[in-house]
Design a protein around this ligand. Structure first.
Ligand code: CAA
Length: 255
């Protein structure tokens, strides 16, 4: 197994484990990742997900370059589509996804991290989109998501030059939310906190935030206004608001 899934209560930790290649993704590993993410997306017992890489050195060193060197355009399209499927699952599953970037997150590795809702990096992490140095471009969402996370100016500079950034710079440009050692512990801390919140409210918050950069502003505001109202039909909203008034901790049932 090159993708390990561990459960800690309502938190799932997905670990990409291909140490010989710095956790670079070949077809078998990426297919398995896509499949595991699909299962976890539909599992209501999982309320938050952490994605990380095995070992000390790498999160994911990218798509497998040896495999890509033999692809024709049709095969490359299918390869790109598979990476996009994994990224879309991380981005749209109705629960928060957190990347614990424990080392190299290059090319497809940086793209998977970008597809997560939150990114934390270890102080040794190195991130970037070095595809240009291989004569190609990011193919698993990097040309779109890096600009959304860091702004178009930063995205163009990083994608055009292919240079990597260390953890400190990643934090400065907004590519990661925080730098922490050990990074997995930091990610788990946030995941546990999120898993205790209302999953109904959290999934709506994620869906609405995802609209922010994708639809016209008035449309996004209109959706928020409507969904905000609908949410008041949930038990969790009643519980959360009542608990505050009664000066006690809320206990969310997830309905
Ligand atoms: N694909 C396949 N194998 C990889 C790999 C990758 N992306 N990254 C590392 N490896 C392999 C190396 O080939 C090496 O294997 P061998 O021992 O069999 O030669 C092993 O992992 C260890 O790597 P290094 O010896 O190179 O380790 P290092 O510490 O000297 O360097 C590194 C580390 C800087 C990350 C370097 O491995 C590197 O530059 N890797 C490639 C990074 C990259 O360009 N990633 C983007 C890929 S393109 C992409 O992802 C396209 C897309 O958008 C979908």
């Amino acid at each position: 197994m090159s993708v390990d899934v561990a459960r800690e209560g309502a938190v799932a930790v997905v670990t990409i484990d291909r140490p010989d290649a710095l956790n670079a993704l070949d077809v078998a590993t990426l297919t398995e990742l896509r499949d595991r993410l699909g299962e976890l997306a539909g599992d209501d017992a999982v309320r938050a997900l952490v994605l990380t890489g095995a070992g000390e050195k790498a999160f994911v060193a990218g798509a497998d370059i040896k495999y890509m060197s033999g692809l024709d355009p049709e095969q490359a399209k299918a390869w790109g589509a598979l990476g996009h499927e994994a990224g879309r699952l991380l981005e749209t599953m109705p629960k928060p996804t957190i990347a614990a970037v424990n080392g190299f997150a290059l090319g497809g590795g940086c793209e998977l991290a970008l597809a997560c809702d939150v990114r934390y990096a270890s102080s040794r992490a190195k991130l970037g989109q070095p595809e240009i140095n291989l004569g190609i471009v990011p193919g698993w969402g990097g040309t779109q998501r890096l600009a959304r996370v860091c702004g178009i100016g930063v995205a163009k500079e990083l994608i055009f030059t292919g240079r990597t950034v260390d953890a400190e710079e990643a934090l400065r440009i907004g590519l990661v939310n925080a730098v922490a050692d050990p990074v997995l512990e930091r990610a788990l801390e946030t995941a546990r906190a999120l898993a205790a919140k209302s999953p109904v409210a959290l999934s709506l918050a994620k869906r609405l935030c995802n609209l922010a950069l994708g639809v016209d502003h008035a449309g996004g505001l209109g959706t928020e206004a409507a969904e905000f109202g609908e949410l008041f039909a949930s038990e969790d909203a009643k519980e959360g608001l009542t608990a505050f008034v009664e000066k006690r901790e809320p206990n969310f049932a997830g309905r």
